[in-house]
Ligand binder design. Structure first.
Ligand code: GLN
Length: 310
C-alpha cells in the first residue's frame, strides 16, 4: 500500500524548491505590454486543505492579474442570473484543440466553443445584466466574497494595456455583435478586460479552487452561494477547457479541474476536498505557467489526487 505524506508547509516548500527551476523554460507573457513587466523569479504555492486551512509557501504576498481565471467567476455570475440554459443557448460545452484567443467556430456556426476561451468568455460577460461597469463590479464582488478579501481590485495599467492592444478580442466582440449574440456597447468588452486585470495572490486562487471543489461553499464554511449543480458545471469546464489546447493532456497527466491565466496563475479544484493556487509568471507555448504546472503535477502525485485514480 502507498502512504501519502502529511500535508505540511514543509512538504509544500519541498515541492516549490524542486520545481522552481522549470520557470527558466518559460517566457513571461508580453503580448499585453504591461504584463511583460512581471518578475520571472517570483513563485508561490498555496493550498486550502479539506478543513479550510490555508498553507502558503514562497512569495505569498506577490500579486498578479487573474486573466483567464476570471472566466470561471464570470460564468458563475452569468449562470446565477440567467440560468444555465440561457447562457449555453449560444455557446458550446466543447473542449478545445485551439489557443485561448482562437476564433474557434465563430465564423462557421456563429457560436463560441465554450466559456473558457476568449470568445465564449466575452459572450458570457455580455450576459451579466447591468449598464456600464455593473457586470465587472458583480464579478469583482464575487471574487472578494470567495476569497474573503475586500482589498482585491483591478490593476488599472494592465486594464488599459489590454484595452489598447486587445484587437483580437475586439474582433470577436464585433463578430458576435454582427451575428446578434451581443447587443450591448463596448462597455461589455471593457468589463472583460477589467475582470482579466483583477489582482490576486496564490492564496486567493487556492480559495477559489476550494470554493468550486466544495459545492460553492467558502473555505470558512460560509454557504451563502452553496450550489452543487453550479460547481459541477464550472469544474467540468475547467477539466475540458481550463488549460486551453493543453486541457486534454493536462487531464491525462494531472486529472484535476484547473484554470490558468496568462498572468502566471493556476487555480485547481480537488473535488470534494481542497483548493490549490500557484503562481509563476513564465508561460509555456499554450499560455500556462510552466513551474506552476510542475508544482501541481508533483503535488497531485505525492498526495494521490488524480480523480481518475481512486
Ligand atoms: N486578457 C487575456 C486575453 O484576453 C486573457 C487570456 C488568458 O489568460 N489566457 O488575451
Amino acid at each position: 500500500t502507498t502512504t501519502t505524506p502529511q500535508l505540511t508547509e514543509k512538504v509544500l516548500q519541498d515541492i516549490l524548491n524542486q520545481n522552481k527551476h522549470f520557470a527558466a523554460q518559460g517566457k513571461v507573457a508580453d503580448y499585453i505590454p504591461e504584463l511583460g513587466k512581471m518578475s520571472a523569479d517570483a513563485i508561490a504555492f498555496s493550498v486550502v486543505d479539506a478543513q479550510g486551512k490555508v498553507i502558503n509557501v514562497g512569495d505569498t504576498d506577490k500579486k498578479f492579474t487573474m486573466q483567464s481565471i476570471s472566466k470561471i467567476i464570470a460564468l458563475m455570475v452569468a449562470v446565477q442570473e440567467n440560468g444555465e440554459e440561457a447562457v449555453f443557448k449560444n455557446m458550446g460545452y466543447f473542449g478545445s484543440d485551439k489557443p485561448f484567443n482562437h476564433f474557434g467556430n465563430l465564423e462557421i456556426t456563429g457560436k463560441p466553443l465554450n466559456p473558457m476561451m476568449n470568445a465564449g468568455a466575452i459572450l458570457t460577460v455580455s450576459m451579466i445584466k447591468g449598464e456600464g461597469e455593473t457586470a465587472f463590479q458583480k464579478v469583482l464582488k464575487m471574487v472578494r466574497f470567495i476569497t474573503k478579501n475586500n482589498n482585491i481590485n483591478y490593476n488599472e495599467a494592465v486594464y488599459l494595456s489590454e484595452k489598447e492592444t486587445g484587437h483580437r478580442n475586439r474582433g470577436m466582440f464585433h463578430i458576435m455583435k454582427n451575428s446578434g449574440l451581443i447587443m450591448g456597447t463596448e462597455d461589455q468588452l471593457d468589463n472583460y478586460f477589467k475582470q482579466c486585470s483583477i489582482e490576486v495572490t496564490a492564496e486567493d486562487l487556492a480559495k477559489i479552487g476550494y470554493f468550486f471543489a466544495n459545492e460553492c461553499v467558502r473555505f470558512d464554511g460560509d454557504a451563502t452561494y452553496k450550489n452543487a449543480n453550479l460547481s459541477k458545471l464550472i469544474q467540468s469546464q475547467m477539466l475540458v477547457a481550463g488549460m486551453y489546447e493543453f486541457s486534454g493532456e493536462y487531464a491525462r497527466r494531472i486529472g484535476l479541474p484547473s484554470k490558468s491565466g496568462v498572468g502566471g496563475g493556476i487555480t485547481v479544484s480537488v473535488p470534494g476536498k481542497m483548493g490549490i493556487g500557484v503562481f509563476s509568471a513564465p508561460l509555456d507555448s499554450h499560455g500556462n505557467s510552466v513551474a506552476g504546472y510542475q508544482m501541481i503535477l508533483d503535488f497531485s502525485e505525492r498526495f494521490n489526487l488524480n480523480i481518475f485514480q481512486p
